[in-house]
Ligand binder design. Sequence first.
Ligand code: AMP
Ligand code: ZN
Length: 113
Amino acid sequence: MSCLICRIIAGEIPSSVVYQDDRLFAFRDINPQAPLHVLVVPKAHVASLNDLTASHDGIVGEMVRRAAALAAEEGFAESGFRTVFNCNAAAGQTVFHVHLHVLAGRSFTWPPG
Ligand code: AMP
Ligand code: ZN
């Protein structure tokens, strides 16, 4: 198994886990870009948004709702938070297992860099 995130989910690589259930896993980013920086991932491997099919609609919805729940648990529902999916090189995707970044605790600029 070569995928970094699959190895984190399997416990082969240590991580700071903030949530998991039978389909989802969430852990703190090792190089946080904000006071809260969590990655929400499906347990089943999907390389990028380009690989999503209608069969993934449910899990993507669960990822987005979990992102909001985690931000709320850490006190950022009202002040706000940023969610990001990077897809492929131009967007800066470096890890090829779909992950939703959840960032909060500072102000974010728009447009993004
Ligand atoms: P992306 O650039 O969108 O593919 O995001 C990949 C993210 O994974 C980056 O924010 C990295 O800091 C993060 N990352 C890489 N290795 C680890 C790790 N071992 N544990 C937690 N986060 C990681
Ligand atoms: Zn994977």
